[in-house]
Design a protein around this ligand. Sequence first.
Ligand code: HDE
Length: 710
Amino acid sequence: MAKKTPETVSINERSKDAALEKDRSDPTGQRLTTDLGVPVEDTDNSLRVGARGPTLLEDFHLREKIMRFDHERIPERVVHARGSAAHGYFQVYESLAEYTKAKVFQDPSKKTPVFVRFSTVAGSRGSADTARDVRGFAVKFYTEEGNWDLVGNNIPVFFIQDGIKFPDVVHAAKPEPHHEIPQAATAHNSFWDFVSLVPETAHMIMWIMSDRAIPRSFRMMEGFGVHTFRLVNAQGVSRFVKFHWKPVLGVHSLVWDESQKLGGKDPDFHRRDLWESIEKGHFPEWELGLQIIEEADADKLGIELLDATKIIPEELVPVRRVGKLVLNRNPTNFFAETEQVAFCTANVVPGIDFTDDPLLQARNFSYLDTQLTRLGGPNFNQLPINRPLAPVHNFQQDGFQRHTIDVGRANYFPNSLGGGCPFLASAEQGAYRHFPEKVTGEKIRKRAESFQDHFSQAGLFFRSMSKPEREHIILALQFELGKVEREEVRKRVVDQILVNIDSELATEVAEGLGLPVPVMTAVKGKIEKVAESLGVPRLDKSPALSMENQKKDSIKTRRIGVLIGDGFDAADLQATKAAIEKAGGELVLISRRLGTVKGSDGQSVKVDKSAVTTGSFEYDAVFVPGGAPSVAVLKKDGDSLHFIQEAYRHCKAIGVTKEAAELLQAGGLSASSPGVVVGAAGGQDFPEKFIEAIAQHRHWSRHDKDLIPA
Ligand code: HDE
């Protein structure tokens, strides 16, 4: 027998796609068959005795069809049930061999296939995309050394420090057990009861009450690995690392009013946005960022790296951008890919390792465990979407839904009957070797003192926000706590949690809730002392935390709603369309009804959306071209006035040309307000100014916006 050499794979961007192709089934031009390949002649009438007689048990096609339908559902994920995913690749900019031996980080010419699933956490599979929530950001890298899963979120911290509390925080956040209310919302008694009693939630609360929890798009949010991981190089040197994903389009959010309206008008807003962007060739991109900390420097930061309720401010350890993630292909089948994909934090490759973060350690168990139930047994990694591209050989066997047909009679190690195969590899040959961290200690149930500072980074976050961002956090808390029926819970959140974060925050929230303005509690003193003894740097602000400080230099993929009627100024529309499309934006024409509208040049244009099906909250900006007949109709149309008023209230860019300026007046809007761009007849610089205004995303300084009736 010829001697076999160990299998290896060479991976490129298309490798996973090619592997999935073998499992795809395309019915085009094919006969309808049973599950066993028998052609079917009639799938509308069951087999019966006479045209009005009883149905026969013998009808195997009927039984199979119904049986398969009856069992279509599998349990949804206990958290992160609602998700949307896409394929793509990751490419490193330059070799990171100095830090890690992971092959995915060695060769800048190599594209490693990835599958990325975004999700909300609390809602069920059918819940609305725009609920206030954390977003999951889970990346599966199909590397030549096996699958690496970076299972992150769009928020860099978590509610709790120890995985043993995960069932508690999730039970509290999910619908209440007696009546299963509310869906996809934390605005209820049990969640805030938990928060009020668990101060370690404070930092995370600031993030989820901020606009980060209502992203404009999956494509415009950051991602974080949250925990501190290790990078280990070929020499066995380990460094701590925090993983970041930085969206190339910048970080942008909705406003709360939009989120709620979108929940009704387009509950698939984020899913649709991701799908359509990829279909149009606007591939979402992120840069992978690393914060690398030498082991020797870990204590000098004064931040407990094993505490997942803490960040390392970028001002202390800069984020180095090391590679690019591009999503360029939609899944072929939602269930087979997006639903059946199984991520697990324990899926690592040589060169990437864990730390003793107690949250991470619990996750390493939980994902595998939950998938046993969700995917019906231990063979879920053989499902096409989960199958690694790297070769798999071991003596794990049998179980429900086994796909592999294992060859040979030796199914144990060591063996001689199978020639000793599969044999062990050394670390030099690519075997995973856990980092030999030295550990000593007693078995105890206790958290270190260094985990006791719950408020200083929550305060840092609040202080680092711009004024509008702070206002949004206060309003979000007033909304959420306003929905809590128990006054003692509302009060405890203010008195025990918020007051320790920031007194302005606590005071404003208390006022909105009609509660007495709280006084500082004794907790503050104790916590502050712990922080001081740890030497936590007293950063007053971390500008990197504010979305206001993110780049705002592009309108790429932005959607601009255009209100038009018959007689619109064709030259205005053409000029604006050309400029916006050149800058990467997209115009969506909205009119009273579908069909066409006629411009001033006598040409008809196709309407994209009827006003009945859409609203201003689906767009990043509004444009109204001039044209007296068109404007006259819009001015008398309540929906159009509402559209533009609502966009104004949401602080979006509004562009009007010539006669359309009258629409501002009719809606009671100020033409000189920031972000409102008025183009006079013959005004050449209108498109540039409008584009600049759109790129700002929002114009928060519109002081009169709250007076607008939208
Ligand atoms: Fe998860 N988490 N999690 N989680 N998580 C799951 O795994 C869990 C945590 C995250 O798109 C579950 O397959 C525990 C932090 C994402 O399929 C489950 C703890 C972060 C996804 C689970 C955490 C996450 C999950 C449910 C505390 C950000 C969706 C279904 C110790 C870093 C992945 C499943 C996808 C899903 C457990 C905390 C991110 C139950 C025990 C922190 C993105 O295993």
